[in-house]
Structure formats: structure tokens, C-alpha cells
Ligand binder design. Structure first.
Ligand SMILES: NC(=O)c1ccc[n+]([C@@H]2O[C@H](COP(=O)([O-])OP(=O)(O)OC[C@H]3O[C@@H](n4cnc5c(N)ncnc54)[C@H](OP(=O)(O)O)[C@@H]3O)[C@@H](O)[C@H]2O)c1
Length: 271
């Protein structure tokens, strides 16, 4: 009997590549997205079905398990992938920018996870995989909202794995480095407040530098392979760094004194 994975944000990038890979490997795939009516390619895959799910809409989250069960009988893996970057100088951001960033990158994950815990407990097993980032463990300038949402997600995920271990529910985290997706394209929300001055040089260097780095980065297929590993690992491993340089930068973060590491980030970001 094939297992089923539910993926959020399957319309593009990492979510989409993961949906394809799992379908190729014979899994049932519940590919959820905000606008399934616009999807044409994925729905051609035989063991994949599309569902409408905006992670900020409670009414979508509350009905999703029963909808997927009607089609695939059960769900074994939840992949919380949907997310976006709200970036720019914090001084330019609004309260709404902050709330939206946390609604999608953290609260949506918490709300969907809360739906899944009793479901997995009843089944006696389950895997929850959350999408963090390498910047869930260090920070970069102009990414204060994004980094803080991923740091919060790291804290949430790490604490949750202790709670759910006793119920045979594995909790895991993917930590991608730069990956070529829509993240730095249509998904990026840059704060626009021209009345705030003084950040022009930093914005020019960092935002264009990140965009260029992302264009040269590996594609989302690399992360999809990591998700497959996390979904099928029998151990309790929590963190899965993935993408070019992810392991190295996180090792540097771990072994270097914080002041050295921060100096290195500042220098690299302001080249
Ligand atoms: N790309 C990178 O360099 C990188 C690095 C580290 C971590 N990540 C993380 O990887 C995850 C996937 O990003 P990506 O790189 O694949 O970018 P992407 O191509 O822009 O995909 C983001 C996905 O999230 C969906 N989404 C946004 N808001 C949503 C909402 N309210 N409800 C449901 N879905 C929503 C988007 O849906 P729509 O199509 O409807 O907009 C899209 O499917 C994110 O959590 C991101 O933070 C990315």
C-alpha cells in the first residue's frame, strides 16, 4: 500500500519538486496550494491530487485531512513547506508585514500541525517535516523578519520533537541554503517606504547580491531528495541541512566564536 505525503505550497519551487519526486517514487501525493485551478502539469501525474489550501485560512486547514483521506485513505507524512520572504530594513516594515510573515512562515505551520497531531496519534505513527532555512540558525541583514520567523520555527520544531517522540511521531526540519526557485522572484516581498532613508547602499548590495546568488544556486530537486530522506529515515535525526554550502556554513556557525562569524557574514553581505 503506497504511503501518502501532504505538501503545502506545492505550486512552485521546493514544494513542486517534492511533489514530483514523491509521485515518481510511487507515493500518493496530496499537493496543496492556494490556487489549484491554475495548475496544469502536476495534475497529470497519476497518484497525485490537488487541494486548495492557504495556510493562513483556518477553514482550509480544518477540512484538509478528511478531504485527503477520502481520496487516499490515510496520510503518513506532513511536509510544511509554504513560506515566503518579507525583506528590507526593519525600519521600513509595517505591523502587517510582520504579522503576514509570521502568519505564513510560523502560525500556519503551527495550525496545520495542531490538526495533524491527534490524527497521527490515533494512527500510532506519522512524520512532520518543517521547512526552515540555514538562516534559521544565523542571520543576515535586511532579513530580520524572515530570519526571526525561521528561528521561531526552529524553536517550535525542536521542542515539538521531544513531545511527540513518545507517540511514534517523528518531527524533522529541512534547512536549505540558496535554492533557485520563485523565492527571490515573485514570492519576495520587499518593504517599500521611500520616506525612510539611509539603507540604499545596503539594499542595493544585499538584495541584488542575494538575487544573483539564487540564480546560480542549485534547483529545488536537491531539496526534494532531502525531504525524501527525512520522510523515510527510521532514526530521530532532527535537522537536514541541504543545498550548496549548507553543511559548511552551519558548521562554521557552530565552531566559530559568534563575533567572528558575524563579522564574516557582514563582510560577505556588504561586498
Ligand atoms: N529558495 C531558497 O533559497 C530557500 C532557502 C531556504 C528556505 N526556503 C524555504 O523553502 C520554502 C519554499 O520556498 P521556495 O524556495 O520553493 O519558494 P517559492 O518557489 O516561492 O514557493 C513558495 C510556495 O509557498 C506558497 N505560499 C506562499 N504563501 C502561502 C500561503 N499563505 N498558503 C499556502 N501557500 C503559500 C507559494 O504559493 P503561491 O504559488 O500561491 O504563491 C509557493 O507555492 C519556504 O518555506 C522558504 O522559506 C527557501
Amino acid at each position: 500500500m503506497p504511503k501518502t505525503i501532504l505538501i503545502t505550497g506545492a505550486s512552485s519551487g521546493i514544494g513542486r519538486a517534492t511533489a514530483r519526486l514523491f509521485a515518481e517514487k510511487g507515493w500518493n501525493v496530496a499537493a496543496t496550494m492556494r490556487s489549484p485551478e491554475e495548475e496544469t502539469e502536476l495534475k497529470e501525474l497519476k497518484n497525485l491530487k490537488l487541494y486548495r489550501l492557504d495556510v493562513t485560512k483556518k477553514e482550509h486547514l480544518q477540512n484538509i485531512i478528511s478531504q485527503v483521506e477520502d481520496d487516499f485513505t490515510s496520510i503518513e507524512v506532513l511536509f510544511n513547506n509554504a513560506g515566503y520572504g518579507a525583506v528590507g530594513a526593519f525600519e521600513k516594515s509595517s505591523e502587517e508585514d510582520v504579522l503576514n510573515q509570521f502568519r505564513v512562515n510560523l502560525f500556519g505551520i503551527m495550525d496545520l500541525t495542531r490538526e495533524f497531531i491527534p490524527y497521527f496519534r490515533k494512527k500510532g505513527e506519522g512524520v512532520i517535516i518543517n521547512t526552515s532555512s540555514v538562516v534559521g540558525r544565523f542571520t543576515i541583514p535586511l532579513y530580520s523578519l524572515y530570519c526571526s520567523s525561521k528561528w521561531a520555527l526552529e524553536g517550535f520544531t525542536e521542542a515539538l520533537q521531544y513531545e511527540l517522540r513518545q507517540f511514534n511521531i517523528k518531527v524533522k526540519m529541512i534547512e536549505p541554503a540558496a535554492i533557485k526557485t520563485e523565492f527571490h522572484g515573485r514570492s519576495l516581498k520587499v518593504f517599500e517606504d521611500d520616506s525612510v532613508k539611509g539603507y540604499e547602499k545596503m539594499e542595493k548590495n544585499i538584495l541584488s547580491g542575494m538575487k544573483k546568488r539564487n540564480e546560480k544556486a542549485p534547483g529545488p530537486e536537491v531539496v526534494a531528495e532531502t525531504v525524501l530522506k527525512a520522510a523515510t529515515d527510521s532514526n530521530q535525526k532532527l535537522r537536514y541541512p541541504t543545498g550548496k554550502g549548507a553543511g559548511a556554513v552551519l558548521l562554521a556557525r557552530k565552531i566559530l566564536p559568534t563575533s567572528w562569524f558575524n563579522k564574516m557574514v557582514f563582510k560577505q553581505q556588504n561586498r
